[in-house]
Ligand binder design. Structure first.
Ligand SMILES: Nc1nc2c(ncn2[C@@H]2O[C@H](COP(=O)(O)OP(=O)(O)OP(=O)(O)O)[C@@H](O)[C@H]2O)c(=O)[nH]1
Ligand SMILES: [Mg+2]
Length: 373
């Protein structure tokens, strides 16, 4: 090999090394662009294994905006990370616009269901003349939704039928969402897992008083039921939350059912089914205006031992004029977009002090509900 030939050879070998070195370096440097998923996509991946649970929304087509607001709030604070599926129910077919927009509001699976007519409308055996009188009476008394038939249908559906809907059959736990509700704080854990791990059946965030005019005969019926079916009443029940005189009268306290995280099997149980049938047969959903909140609450308080109830103190939540706002310490997060002192919990409108007084007895304390009670 001549000198010039060996020079060319050396330059070729050096260039080859330089090329290989540079490409290796560049490949290492930009590797993440090829293999690392988009961080947004990564965030929306479920980190945890999900429980057998769903987010349930009953809504009308006209409530699309409110549904989207509620979903945005829940997605932002919880479901973008957890990806629980939604079930939306309506007594009419959802429009394509409604369905399309709801599906665009989440990456989680969504199902839309039509409520069977006989689970919704006023039953034929209800005396319409008597029901009409009740509507007029409550309207004259300025009771909210006093003259509304659809509101009554909704309360009866939520009391006795939502868990019978075909789309809910596959699920064990649910979280009830309503249009126009707001979640204030990041929820950095899975409340369904929490319920299961702690053997809870029914969870709430706000407890308040029912309007007495809507449930005038309810407690008499409940007392009759307790005499007829003592086998369904739990030994260590939460009667002290419902009554201040050992069960003689109802103090109107209930868990506000527009937020519920609960076990569907409780509503499917023989005790609850018998209870609902018993109350439904009184006609009270139409001859008065029984709400699903007192019905659910009375059942949960009487048929379950206290420890199966749970106050979600750490979930910041608002529905209409009332809100529960935890401190960041309670919420376990600095993300709450509410002021902890602006919370219904220890105001006169709240039944939480009664609940806590009852629970503190469990701990061997004798707390009175609160000085201003
Ligand atoms: N599909 C359908 N949903 C209804 C109807 N009436 C009420 N709902 C839903 O039932 C739930 C409770 O109804 P609301 O009107 O919010 O009753 P409320 O919470 O007692 O009263 P507000 O303080 O007005 O929110 C909400 O999820 C509504 O969207 C109805 O006629 N059809
Ligand atoms: Mg509402």
């Amino acid at each position: 090999m001549s000198f010039s030939e060996s020079k060319r050879y050396a330059i070729f070998v050096l260039s080859l090394f330089a090329f290989l070195y540079t490409t290796t370096l560049l490949r290492g440097r930009f590797q993440h662009l090829v293999t690392t998923p988009n961080p947004i996509a990564l965030e929306s991946e479920p980190i945890f294994e999900k429980e057998n649970a769903t987010l349930v929304i009953l809504a009308r087509n006209s409530e699309l905006k409110g549904v989207l607001l509620s979903m945005k709030s829940l997605e932002m604070h919880f479901n973008t990370r957890f990806q629980y599926p939604y079930v939306l129910l309506n007594d009419e077919e959802f429009t394509n616009e409604f369905k399309g927009r709801v599906m665009l509001a989440t990456n989680a699976p969504v199902q839309f269901g039509l409520i069977p007519r006989d689970h919704w409308v006023q039953p034929a055996w209800v005396d319409e003349a008597k029901a009409e009188q009740s509507r007029e009476r409550l309207k004259a008394q300025n009771i909210i939704y006093g003259d509304s038939i659809s509101y009554r249908n909704m309360c009866r559906f939520n009391s006795g039928y939502f868990f019978k809907h075909q789309l809910l059959q596959q699920y064990r736990y649910y979280w009830r969402i309503e249009p126009d509700v707001k979640y204030f704080c990041d929820i950095n854990y899975d409340p369904f897992k929490f319920m299961i791990k702690n053997n809870h059946t029914y969870g709430f965030t706000i407890a308040l008083y029912e309007t007495p005019e809507t449930v005038t005969t309810l407690w008499d019926s409940v007392k009759e039921f307790m005499v007829k079916y003592p086998q369904y009443i739990a030994n260590d029940n939460a009667m002290d939350f419902l009554s201040d005189d050992g069960g003689k009268t109802y103090n109107m306290c209930h868990f506000w059912s527009n937020f519920e995280i609960a076990d569907l099997d409780f509503w499917r149980s023989e005790a609850y089914q018998t209870f609902f049938e018993f109350l439904d047969n009184t006609g009270g959903f139409y001859y008065e205006r029984f709400g699903d909140a007192p019905i659910h609450s009375i059942a949960a308080a009487l048929f379950l031992p206290k420890h199966k109830l749970h106050f979600f103190r750490n979930i910041g939540y608002q529905h209409s004029i009332y809100q529960h706002c935890p401190s960041s310490y309670e919420a376990g997060s600095n993300t709450c977009s509410c002021s902890w002192w602006n919370t219904i919990d220890y105001t006169k409108a709240s039944c939480l002090p009664r609940y806590e007084a009852m629970m503190s007895k469990e701990l061997g304390m004798t707390a009175s509900p609160l000085p201003w009670y």
